[in-house]
Write a protein of this length. Structure first.
Length: 248
């Protein structure tokens, strides 16, 4: 076997190391956050409810503990993500060409930033409005009694999709770079994209027009931004191809 080749056993050993290190980083981060920062974390998570003077309750003996643990775990995912990504990167690096490494080095940080921006946008801008609307629309004679575990699950399921849809500009740039789409096609299919965005937003948000609009609006803006970015990358791609043709 050549020195630059690895056997299947060696690949599996490396994969096992990646999984173990990532798992340990996640568990340690969860323990540290739970032990030292759970109160501050829960205060941040519950802020939208506190702003509306709505107390949350727990209805089983273990619900409060498990909710703190669940919140610490999801926070630990963000905290330990650099370690996890580094482990995965070290595993796939030997199999990549130089130009592929360059793309991934750029893509991963940008993707993480877009995801965090999407989650923060949801938490600070969209979720408080959606939560207030859903509570006020209940009408007179009904008093909300929301359990803390259900609230946390709703917050997570509401915020994560925003982090995902904020990847749209990056996806469009990659597809443009690969020649799969062009700015002209993106502009031409705008009405179909708008329909798809509305359907996607209706699927990922609670069943009300406010939540749907609050997600669909930013995604439409992201789509238009993606077209602009695609035009920039498409021009650069054409210039590089033209330069290569001139050399030949």
């Amino acid at each position: 076997m050549a020195n630059d080749q690895m056997s299947m056993v060696e690949h599996l050993e490396d994969l096992r190391r990646v999984i173990i290190v990532s798992f340990v980083a996640l568990i340690v981060s969860t323990i540290v956050i739970y032990a030292g920062f759970r109160d501050q974390l829960m205060e941040l998570i519950l802020k939208p409810m506190h702003d509306m003077d709505l107390p949350l309750v727990y209805i089983t003996m273990t619900e409060a503990f498990l909710t703190h643990l669940k919140a610490s775990f999801f926070a630990a995912i963000f905290v330990s993500m650099p370690i996890i990504i580094w482990q995965v990167w070290s595993f796939v690096l030997p199999a990549l060409y130089a130009h592929e490494r360059k793309y991934i080095v750029t893509i991963i940080p940008v993707s993480m930033i877009l995801f965090v921006v999407g989650v923060l946008f949801s938490y600070f801008m969209v979720f408080p409005l959606a939560a207030r609307f859903l509570i006020e629309i209940a009408g007179e004679g009904l008093s909300p009694m929301i359990s803390v575990s259900r609230y946390l699950s709703f917050l997570i399921s509401f915020s994560i999709p925003f982090g995902i849809v904020f990847q749209l500009p990056l996806i469009v740039m990659l597809l443009t770079k690969l020649g799969i789409v062009t700015p002209e096609k993106l502009a031409e299919k705008r009405k179909y994209a708008l329909f798809a965005i509305i359907v996607l937003s209706a699927t990922l948000t609670p069943p009300d027009i406010i939540s749907l609009s609050l997600m669909a609006g930013p995604v439409v803006v992201l789509y238009e931004v993606s077209i602009i970015l695609a035009k920039i990358f498409y021009r650069k791609k054409k210039k590089v191809e033209q330069a290569d043709d001139d050399e030949l």
